[in-house]
Design a protein around this ligand. Structure first.
Ligand code: CAA
Length: 385
C-alpha cells in the first residue's frame, strides 16, 4: 500500500548535569584535544542516582504526548541496555507514569545500542497492521565504563522518545532496511558486571566494517548511491566514530559530495558533542540534532545507520514530511542543553560512585526533577508523578 508510517513526534531528555571534557582531560592528565578533536566530545551528560532510564524515558515522552495520544497508544517499547531488572521492564513503569490507556503492550527490547532501532521497526510493523493506533518508542540508556577507564571519555546518558503513527508529521519510513549480524565480542556486559567489557579498538573496526558492508549491500538491494541521501546519520558512541565510517566511503564519491555529507554530519552531531553516548538513543539524538539544526526540506531522504556491538546493524532511510519543522521542539531542545549545571571533577566522581541502596529498607530522596526517584523501599523504585 502507499500508506505512510513514521515518526510523528520526537523529543529527548538528558539529566541536568554535565562534565566538561577539558576538566576530565586535565584530571586524567590527558591532552584536552584528544577528547575534543580525537573523540569529538565537548561535554558529557551525568546522572544523579535519582535519575534512571525510567525517569529519562518518561520525561522525554511526556514532552510530546497529548491526552489523545495516550488513548491511541497500543504499545510502549523501551530499547535499552541499562535495565535495572532482569524481569520487569522499564516500559510498564513508564506506561503507568504517563497514564497511557491500560489495554496496551509494554515491554523492553535488547541488543546493545541496536535496541532503539529494533523497537522502531517493531513499531512500524505494528502500525502498518493497525493504522489507527500509535506506538511509543523510547531509547534510553546510561553509558558508564568506570572512573579512569579507557571508555570513561565516551560515557553519557539520556533518552529519545518517538511516537510512531500513520501519516506522520516529521519523517516517513521507506521500507528499505538492510540488516547485518555478526557474532563478535567487541563490547558486552555479562550478568554480574556493573560495567561493560570492551575491546575498544576492535569495536571501532567492527563498526566501520559493518557500515561499509551494509552500505555496499544497500547499494545493491535498493539501487541507491550517496546522491540519493540528503544526509547520512550514524550511531554516535562518540562523534568521531560516525565520521570515520562516513569517510570510509568517501573514495567512491566526488569531492563536493563528500563536503555536502560532512556538512550535514556536523549538524547531526551538535547535540551528541554535548551529551556523549546514550547507546540506544545515540542515533536518534543525531537525527534530532540534524532536524533541529539543518535546512533540509520536505522530500529529502535521510539515511540512518544503527550499530549495536556484538554485533547487529541496520541501514534504512526516512523521508521528510511537508512543514516538519513546525512539529519539532527545537527551542526547548537548545534550552534543555544550555540550562544544565557544570559539575566539578570531585562532584562528578562523587555522583558517579553513588548507588541506590539494595538493603531492602526504605530510603527517601528529594530530587524535584520530573519523574525522579523519590523513594526506594523493598527494592522497589518509586518515581515523582
Ligand atoms: N589531539 C588530537 N587528537 C588526538 C590527540 C590529540 N592530542 N591524542 C589522540 N588523538 C586522537 C587519536 O589519533 C585517535 O584518533 P583516530 O581514531 O582518528 O586515529 C583518537 O584521538 C582516539 O585516540 P586513541 O585511539 O588513542 O584512544 P583510546 O585508546 O583512548 O581509545 C576508544 C578510544 C577506543 C574510543 C575508547 O574510548 C573506548 O574504548 N570507548 C568505548 C568503546 C566505544 O565507544 N567504541 C565505539 C564503537 S562500539 C559502538 O559504537 C557501540 C557503543 O556504543 C559502545
Amino acid at each position: 500500500s502507499n500508506m505512510t508510517i513514521g515518526i510523528d513526534k520526537i523529543s529527548f531528555q538528558v539529566p541536568n548535569y554535565y562534565l566538561d571534557m577539558t576538566d576530565l582531560a586535565n584530571a586524567r592528565e590527558t591532552d584536552p584535544n584528544k577528547f575534543h578533536i580525537g573523540l569529538g566530545q565537548d561535554q558529557m551528560a551525568i546522572n544523579p542516582e535519582t535519575q534512571d532510564i525510567v525517569t529519562l524515558g518518561a520525561s522525554a515522552a511526556a514532552k510530546i504526548l497529548t491526552d489523545e495520544d495516550k488513548k491511541d497508544i497500543d504499545m510502549v517499547i523501551v530499547g535499552t541496555e541499562s535495565s535495572t531488572d532482569f524481569s520487569k521492564s522499564a516500559a510498564v513503569i513508564i506506561h503507568n507514569l504517563l497514564d497511557i490507556q491500560p489495554f496496551a503492550r509494554s515491554f523492553e527490547i535488547k541488543h546493545a545500542c541496536y535496541g532503539g532501532t529494533a523497537a522502531l521497526q517493531q513499531a512500524h510493523d505494528y502500525v502498518s497492521l493497525h493504522p489507527d493506533r500509535k506506538v511509543l518508542v523510547i531509547a534510553a540508556d546510561i553509558a558508564k565504563y568506570g572512573l579512569n577507564s579507557g571508555g570513561e571519555p565516551t560515557q553519557g546518558c539520556g533518552a529519545v522518545a518517538m511516537l510512531i503513527t500513520k501519516e506522520p508529521h516529521i519523517l516517513a519510513f521507506n521500507n528499505d532496511s538492510v540488516f547485518y549480524s555478526e557474532d563478535v565480542y567487541d563490547f558486552w556486559r555479562p550478568a554480574g558486571h556493573d560495567y561493560p567489557l570492551v575491546d575498544g579498538h576492535l569495536s571501532n573496526q567492527i563498526y566501520i566494517d559493518s557500515f561499509t558492508r551494509i552500505w555496499e549491500q544497500n547499494k545493491k538491494i535498493n539501487q541507491t548511491s550517496s546522491e540519493d541521501y540528503a544526509a547520512l546519520t550514524f550511531h554516535l558512541p562518540y562523534t568521531k566514530m560516525g565520521r570515520k565510517a562516513l569517510r570510509a566511503i568517501f573514495p567512491e564519491m566526488p569531492e563536493e559530495e563528500q563536503q555536502r555529507l560532512e556538512a550535514r554530519y556536523d549538524e547531526a552531531i551538535l547535540y551528541s558533542r554535548q551529551v556523549g553516548n546514550l547507546y540506544t538513543g545515540s542515533l536518534y539524538l543525531g537525527l534530532l540534532s540534524l532536524l533541529d539544526n539543518s535546512q533540509l526540506v520536505a522530500g529529502d531522504r535521510v539515511g540512518l545507520f544503527s550499530y549495536g556491538s556484538g554485533a547487529v546493524s541496520e541501514f534504512f532511510s526516512m523521508t521528510l514530511m511537508e512543514d516538519y519543522k513546525k512539529y519539532l521542539t527545537s527551542e526547548n531542545n537548545h534550552t534543555l542543553l544550555a540550562q544544565r549545571k557544570r559539575l566539578t571533577i570531585a562532584e562528578y566522581e562523587k555522583m558517579f560512585n553513588e548507588k541506590l541502596p539494595t538493603d531492602g529498607g526504605s530510603h527517601s530522596f528529594s530530587d524535584p526533577t520530573d519523574f525522579a526517584i523519590n523513594k526506594i523501599d523493598g527494592d522497589i523504585r518509586y518515581y515523582n508523578k
